[in-house]
Design a protein around this ligand. Structure first.
Ligand SMILES: NC(=O)c1ccc[n+]([C@@H]2O[C@H](COP(=O)([O-])OP(=O)(O)OC[C@H]3O[C@@H](n4cnc5c(N)ncnc54)[C@H](OP(=O)(O)O)[C@@H]3O)[C@@H](O)[C@H]2O)c1
Length: 330
């Protein structure tokens, strides 16, 4: 079946400037951490990429180790690009990362120049790309000098293998140091990718200030707390949910009664606002102008449709925001 993207794909998506850079990102981006690996149904992964692109989701986020098995999400994405979307490469922003365990021996993990640059070469090969738009260091490395890791990101850009660079999971303090080094090297940090959701607000405590001051974008990962900030766990653990899958990162034990209590109350508020909880959870993240994009995951085409429609109601009254804080802090 030939894929022809929707002609309306740029009609409803919002595009936000990434910090003070020239690049705009869709307010909703799609990540391929779960559900795009070798263990997943390829045709479903393919349909989700098509639907996302049809809805104006131009940004796809990967990492060397996404699967399982590690590397298979990049391979599958490469296959979909080659089969269906070659002609649209310049309409897409594709990112990948290195920083977690990827291969055996001392050179397949953390933050050395050796690891980062060979991993990027492998990622390009798996995806069949000449360059990625954004190359991230996936997590800080306590043992490698930051100058070496940032030097590797700078080199990736100079080699033409990445257009921009980013940091993920760096604290506010680590970010400031890394950003200063990158500036000196002449390759500014484009974006930071931290976890952020109603259940996980650590970036409000310093990181967002650093990003704003430095003109760096912010793309929030796991904005739905891996699915908990939806109505899916209100009546037990569905068989096809992430919490039920052996390779899923969300564990059943994380869905506690205390959490469910909050989810119920949030769900009620979302209903009053005329949207689903997933939509309200995404809109709530986008309430902060310093956040460029919410980086969702999905296991079904319908979830991508529902989540993109969060943009239909992004406004909160002060009273609603207060109610959310009270629910979350109870
Ligand atoms: N930099 C890092 O260290 C890091 C770490 C984690 C993730 N990420 C990035 O962030 C992306 C998103 O992370 P995430 O998958 O944890 O994000 P998430 O959006 O918090 O969770 C996605 C999961 O929630 C469920 N879901 C999504 N929309 C739904 C809806 N409308 N109704 C019901 N359930 C819904 C689906 O799970 P079911 O399978 O249960 O349907 C889906 O797979 C990743 O793909 C990756 O690109 C980066």
């Amino acid at each position: 079946m030939t894929y022809l993207p929707s002609e309306k794909r740029y009609n409803s998506m919002k595009y936000n400037r990434c910090g003070r850079s020239g690049l705009k990102l869709p307010a909703v981006s799609l990540g391929l951490w779960h559900n795009f690996g070798g263990v997943d149904a390829f045709e479903n992964s393919r349909a989700m990429i098509h639907k996302a692109f049809d809805l104006g989701i131009t940004h796809f986020d990967l990492a060397n180790n996404y699967g399982p098995p590690p590397g298979s999400a990049e391979e599958n994405f490469g296959r979909i690009l080659k089969q269906d979307m070659r002609a649209y490469r310049d309409e897409m922003v594709i990112s990948t990362k290195a920083g977690y365990y990827m291969w055996e021996g001392p050179y397949g993990d953390w933050g050395s120049r050796k690891y980062l640059l060979s991993s990027l070469d492998q990622s390009l090969k798996r995806m069949g790309l000449e360059y990625v738009d954004i190359f991230y260091h996936h997590r800080p490395d306590p043992d490698t000098p930051l100058e070496e890791t940032m030097g590797a990101l700078d080199q990736a850009v100079r080699q033409g293998k990445a257009l921009y660079v980013g940091l993920s999971n760096y604290s506010a303090e680590q970010t400031q140091k890394a950003v200063d080094i990158l500036k000196q090297l002449g390759t500014p940090c484009l974006i930071h990718q931290p976890s952020y959701s109603m259940f996980n607000r650590w970036i409000e405590d310093g990181l967002l200030e650093v990003l704003e001051k430095e003109g760096i974008g912010c793309i929030a990962f796991s904005p739905l707390a891996q699915g908990m900030l939806t109505d899916k766990y209100l009546k037990g653990i569905p068989e096809d949910s992430r919490a039920a899958k052996p390779h899923g990162y969300l564990k059943e034990r994380e869905i506690t009664e205390e959490r469910l209590n909050k989810i119920r109350k949030l769900n009620q508020l979302a209903e009053e606002r005329g949207q689903t909880l997933a939509q309200m959870a995404l809109a709530w993240i986008l309430r902060d102008g310093r956040v460029t994009s919410v980086l969702i995951g999905a296991s079904k085409v319908s979830q991508i449709e529902e989540n993109a429609a969060a943009l239909n109601n992004l406004d909160f009254t002060q009273e609603e925001l207060k109610r959310i804080d009270v629910i979350l802090m109870a």
